[in-house]
Design a protein around this ligand. Sequence first.
Ligand code: ADP
Ligand code: MG
Ligand code: ZN
Length: 630
Amino acid sequence: MKISWKVIALWAVPLLLIGFFLWQGTAMPTNPNAGGQNTASTRMTYGRFLEYLDSGRVTTVDLYEGGRTAIVEAVDPDLDNRPQRLRVDLPGNTPELIGRLQKEDVNFDVHPARNDGAVWGLLSNLIFPILLITGLFFLFRRSGNVPGGPGQAMNFGKSKAKFQMEAKTGVMFDDVAGIEEAKEELQEVVTFLKKPERFTAVGAKIPKGVLLVGPPGTGKTLLAKAIAGEAGTPFFSISGSEFVEMFVGVGASRVRDLFKKAKENAPCIIFIDEIDAVGRQRGAGIGGGNDEREQTLNQLLTEMDGFEGNTGIIIIAATNRPDVLDSALLRPGRFDRQVTVDAPDIKGRVEILEVHARNKKLADDISLKVIARRTPGFSGADLANLLNEAAILTARRRKEATTMLEIDDAVDRVIAGMEGTPLTDGKSKRLIAYHEVGHAMIGTLVRDHDPVQKVTLIPRGQAQGLTWFAPSEDQSLVSRSQLKARIMGALGGRAAEAIIFGEDEVTTGAGNDLQQVTGMARQMVTRFGMSEKIGLISLEGQSQEVFIGGGLMNRAEYSNEIATKVDQEVKAIAQACYEETLKIIRDNRVVIDRLVDILIEKETMDGEEFRQIVAEYTEVPEKERFVPAV
Ligand code: ADP
Ligand code: MG
Ligand code: ZN
């Protein structure tokens, strides 16, 4: 333990204080009980004291405590006029008493008011602050011992350092797959860090900031780490939400600390995750902006401007909302490079699966291509999670290697949550069976619907039963008839409930379905120009969120009149689809009853079996599917 002068000073102050009061306490007879000669153990009543005074026996009076107590010296003729010291409680500082004392020619003195218990009283008053001082002192010492060393005790922003530093990330570009374009663009950043002179020699300015834009789980953090890993530089990371603190100035001081540390360790990467948490457009908040956030953002901008391009620090920020970022952040010299990191396509998914299959034991029957085909829309993180879940299931089933069975179960689990225990046979199980068969029936009989993959009565997550459809790879362009088919498919559950059990018996089970129906129908009307009454007008932007801070309140951009029309159109679309759905269910009642019986018995039915049974009763349309080559 190193003891610096600060330590001594911190100890010396309270010690000196104690010493001072101890000394004061003994040196000054300020208290009736303090000091030898002032001690008066015998008490005398006030009345007796007045008597003594009248009879001239009192020689000296010392008044204490603002005249509330007195030590009286009196002579007692009964005791050979020997002086006696007595203690008297007085009713207060009465002027009459002073007058009488003067008249009787008594020797009297008044001592300043000081409370009882002298030394110990004083000490007890001091104990609290002393404890506090030493307590704080130890606290600071400890925080000072953490990385930065001593001397930063009072620096709150620093002692709560929330950024992480990794000297070596250990992640390489090989560990990132399926996002080749992004990797290629960022390859350059590695060269900036490794060989800056190559660029500065020809007068090129090395960019300071790169913004990675993409949905969660696509590998933005991983990419940033890979850059640091490839360049062999340290990796500093902080999340935007960690900047935004309750205490004003803390966020800004964190930014300062972060850049200070980074400069000491250049060349290096600073990674700011969720930059939208601090980097939102300023001055857009309703009811006054968030001062703290703005201060933090300003500090970030200042720091970015404050270092030259060739200090060897490159800031990589990640967000999935580039639209809400403050324009100042995107100006040249700041995050002027944007790299999009998209969800992987089927080829990308195979590559990502290959990366994550490296350290797993997979059975020979497993084809990563088949898994990739089953998982459109999965992000890199989802795929990593999928293989991990499958490995966990493999271990739980005490198998040597993961088989396709575990993969299938893991896909279901990743998409729909944990499996629950199946319902016992009864009315509600029957109702759920009809509901699901309703969905599956529409999915099978409507040409433009995705084909049924399986129907199950085993609850998962929030759902009591589930109908799985095999999604097509390309979801980016969806036709009007596909949208209509999806709306009908979603209404299939409710339609079956209504026809089989009657309108009075329909359940809350369709709540989620109806939400989807409304969402799809509304978008057809307001975004895709798919309703005649509204026409080819886009009433809502891409973003569905009503983000107040950035002024994206586009829901109210049109008049009430149009809003009413939109509502009418949405309702009309849903109603028309429902009529058609009801008809299909009614027309196929016989096969539906049979399918429900089978489903209740088996609990799970795959799409192929389902289609075969339906085909015995009615014509099943052939579905054209675009199967991408891998
Ligand atoms: P983001 O930062 O974009 O939300 P992450 O980089 O944190 O996503 O990804 C989380 C995890 O998912 C990674 O640690 C990695 O295991 C896996 N992952 C995501 N994308 C990829 C990818 N393109 N290649 C390989 N693994 C990936
Ligand atoms: Mg991340
Ligand atoms: Zn449903």
